[in-house]
Design a protein around this ligand. Structure first.
Ligand code: CMC
Length: 429
């Protein structure tokens, strides 16, 4: 990669040097923090297309080359060898844990999976057909009231909040899966493997027993790993910006859940599956649907395609497709839909519209098919993304707090409203 040596900006004939901040790999940054003071100008960058909001040592993405690394480890190696809780530890603490550290972390999370009676009452008060992302956001925010000993910014409190967020959100999500079909919360057991236990409390009968299918468990573990972090995406930036006001970790993560729920972000996994169903129901061929997308017919967007950063195949999407290929038939999945999705992908990838704009399948294109084959209801797909993203949100919140350069997030604007009006009394309007 070529390194820019210096940067200068000329405003009204006066040149100013802009300091360059160096990355270890990837884009360096041109610092504009003093520009307003020095020149009276702000920078304009809707959607933060070109703005680095912080330094971070957690996740690296090369969107052109399709590379994703957590703490320097390629996602493919972690997908092949690791487990979700090990990856969570890595993201949050910066190093892969030893066997003892991982066992202790697993035990601590497992010990905290039970939820307070008050939380059960609180969850039970939502309408049964409430979207689970709304309930999840409320439940995470409410955790701060049930566990006040974990709300502060000391190392111990943050470590406890980390464990509680990973543990309680799994149990809350399991209950939301069961509740939609009239089921009761299944009490978590201590000491089990995190993903095994999550599947048991999601899918066991009322007796609480379930032989977890190891193929399914491996697939879910992998999907959680693939979602665990993605640097400064919309929900993570939300967590950081809320946390920058020194709001507690629960309030910040709850806001992240809200951001994730949108169909342009995590909600795309649900939207993609609904799109496949709509294509089937409409009787349109996939070719016709792709033509509608290109013609920008209202409501026709290829969900699960495109990405702000990846201008090549999303490496997470590639892993998801590989698992879908390997296990969908074993799991009794919906192969007709999988075949249709593959055909959609094939057509889009050979179409000039998508080629020109460098639009490829992202992580959300095939995940819904796998979740559905595992037995999850469609509204549960985005909560599963949230469960996976939890370590990333926690790691970024903690990194943001520890960074002496953190300031409250507060962008500027270009004001385009009225400039000077005199108040008109109501009777005269
Ligand atoms: N279908 C059709 N056209 C698209 C799509 C798509 N999925 N994505 C982008 N485009 C077009 C877009 O219309 C624009 O065309 P033009 O320049 O002619 O106006 C061009 O490609 C650039 O798109 P953009 O919307 O300016 O790009 P962005 O970086 O602002 O948006 C995105 C990125 C992910 C929001 C967008 O690609 C999208 O809406 N995708 C569908 C939703 C989706 O799958 N989201 C999940 C993202 S990955 C999981 C996660 O991390 O959340």
């Amino acid at each position: 990669m070529t390194r820019v040596v210096d940067a200068r900006l000329t405003v009204d004939g006066t040149a100013r040097e802009l300091p360059i901040e160096r990355s270890t790999i990837g884009n360096d940054g041109m610092s504009v923090s003093t520009l307003l003071k020095d020149t009276g100008l702000v920078t304009v960058d809707p959607g933060f297309m070109n703005t680095a909001s912080c330094e971070s040592a957690i996740t690296y993405i090369d969107g052109d080359a399709g590379i994703l690394k957590y703490r320097g480890y390629p996602i493919e190696q972690l997908a092949e060898n690791s487990t979700f809780l090990e990856v969570a530890y890595l993201l949050i603490h910066g190093e892969l844990p030893t066997e003892d550290l991982l066992a202790a972390f697993n035990n601590r999370v497992s010990r905290h999976m039970h939820v307070h009676e008050g939380i059960k009452t609180f969850l039970g008060a939502f309408p049964r057909d409430a979207h689970p992302m709304a309930v999840l956001s409320g439940a995470i925010s409410a955790l701060s009231t049930f566990y006040p000993e974990s709300v502060g910014n000391s190392e111990e409190e943050l470590e406890l909040a980390t464990v509680l967020l990973l543990a309680k959100s799994a149990t809350v999500i399991s209950y939301l899966q069961r509740r939609a079909s009239g089921g009761e919360l299944i009490e978590p057991r201590r000491g089990g493997h995190y993903v095994d236990e999550f599947m048991r409390i999601c899918f066991s009968g009322a007796d609480g027993e379930l032989d977890v299918d190891p193929v399914m468990r491996k697939a879910l573990d992998l999907l959680l790993i693939l979602h665990a972090d993605h640097e400064q995406n919309c929900s993570t930036s939300t967590v950081r910006i809320v946390g920058s006001s020194q709001a507690n970790i629960y309030a910040s993560v709850a806001a992240g859940v809200g951001a994730l729920s949108g169909p342009l972000h995590g909600g795309a996994n649900e939207a993609a599956l609904r799109m496949f169903d709509q294509i089937k129901e409409s009787g349109d061929s996939v070719e016709t649907f792709v033509a509608k997308v290109k013609d920008r017919v209202e409501g026709a967007r290829l969900m699960g395609f495109g990405h702000r950063v990846y201008k090549s195949y999303d490496p997470r999407g590639a892993q998801v497709k590989k698992i879908a290929n390997q296990i969908l038939s074993d799991l009794g999945g919906n192969n007709e839909t999988f075949e249709m999705a593959q055909r959609l992908e094939e057509i889009a990838l050979s179409d000039e519209y998508f080629i020109e704009r460098k639009l490829y399948p992202n992580v959300d294109f095939y995940t819904g098919l796998l979740y559905s084959a595992m037995g999850f209801d469609t509204p549960m797909f985005t909560p599963l993304f949230a469960l996976g993203r939890m370590p990333g949100w926690i790691a970024h919140y903690r990194e943001m707090l520890a960074d002496p350069r953190t300031k409250i997030g507060r962008p500027r604007q270009i004001y385009t409203g009225e400039t000077d009006r005199a108040y008109t009394p109501i009777a005269e309007r």
